[in-house]
Design a protein. Structure first.
Length: 346
């Protein structure tokens, strides 16, 4: 009787619903889409943000420095960066102008004298020799006046050159002279840098030259942040020692300060159609490599893959993965095929 009761109790318990036993909740994961597109393999090279206008501005005349702009000061195109003492030149200009006026007075006298001789010649009171001599003297004084005018213009230009003008708008980065110093023509006065017109200078191996052309967009990474920028110029001349050539890329981000280091991804193969996934989607377990795909029922599906070329943060996968497939990038460590998941933020 007791044994029959125990069997009846066990049978009753087995038929009761398992309402009190909680099932494991779906595992939270982060996903990204596999991308099918035309890609090229990339080679990362170092680059530097430079200014398109970076010049050491020199003096155009000799003299003593009377003023130099301060470091960090913005100078607009055509404004003075420095001034040179022009006192002696202004005195020289006054002397040149006085000489010019003296010659012009002499010219007026000679013209009047020639007119009188022409009048006398009409009455046969002046010889042809006198006329020729007066005309020659007038011609010589005219040439002297022209030379004096050139001298005045040259002195005026030297006075203008005592103002060292900015050839473009920029910032004074460094003063090479101080007030009171004497400079000669050609001596550097200050370094002027245009911080608005910038570009990236990168050195690339000759092996990628065939895959680059002006206007194509490449990935530029600055402080772990990537963006696309167009190639502005390709200079297809390699250095004999390094076997590298220069590439210039637009620097459109205002956060890129002149001198900042960047990394540039340059194409290293012909473009072809392929499927790529984020590198975080790859799972390595022993000798296996696979991705975990999320089905339309939000369950996990294991897909074995092989890898191809690297594409920055992406990598080519060869296997049963199609563009648009949702692959798990976070939370795949303990998942098993068929397990239900919930997409974080979805």
């Amino acid at each position: 009787m007791k044994k029959t009761f125990q069997l009846l109790l066990l049978s009753t318990l087995l038929t009761l619903p398992l309402a009190g036993i909680a099932q494991a909740p779906p595992a939270p994961v982060s996903v990204d889409e596999a991308k099918m597109d035309v890609f090229s393999a990339s080679l990362w090279v170092s680059g530097t943000v430079i200014s398109r206008h970076d010049a050491q501005i020199g003096a155009e005349t000799d003299g003593r420095i009377t003023w130099v702009a301060e470091e960090g000061q913005t100078i607009n195109e055509g404004e003075p960066m420095a001034r040179i003492d022009d006192t002696d030149m202004k005195l020289e200009l006054q002397d040149n102008q006085a000489m010019l006026e003296s010659l012009r007075a002499r010219e007026r006298f000679l013209k009047g004298n020639l007119e009188r001789l022409n009048s006398l010649a009409l009455r046969n009171n002046a010889s042809a020799n006198q006329l020729d001599e007066a005309q020659a003297e007038l011609d010589m004084i005219i040439q002297d006046i022209r030379r004096a005018e050139v001298t005045v213009a040259q002195t005026s230009r030297r006075i203008d050159q005592t103002r060292v003008l900015a050839p473009f708008t920029g910032i004074i980065v460094e003063r090479r002279v101080q007030v009171g110093e004497f400079v000669s023509r050609g001596n550097q006065v200050a370094r002027l840098v245009d911080t608005l017109n910038r570009e990236i200078r990168a050195q690339a191996p000759l092996s990628v030259s065939g895959y680059l052309h002006e206007g194509m967009e490449v990935t530029v990474q600055h402080q772990e942040i990537g963006s696309l920028s167009p190639v502005k110029r390709v200079i297809p001349v390699g250095d004999e020692r390094s076997r590298m050539f220069e590439v210039r890329i637009a620097a459109n981000d205002p956060a890129w300060v002149v001198g900042s280091p960047v990394r540039v991804a340059l194409p290293n193969s012909d473009p072809r159609e392929l499927v790529a996934v984020p590198r975080d989607a790859l799972v390595l377990r022993g000798s296996e490599m696979f991705v975990l795909r999320v089905t339309s029922e939000n369950t996990v599906e294991k897909v074995n893959v092989a890898t191809g070329i690297g594409l920055g943060n992406l990598v080519e996968v060869i296997g049963d993965v199609n563009g648009g497939d949702r692959v798990i990038t976070r939370g795949a460590e303990r998942l098993k095929p068929g397990q239900e998941v919930v997409i974080a933020g979805g």
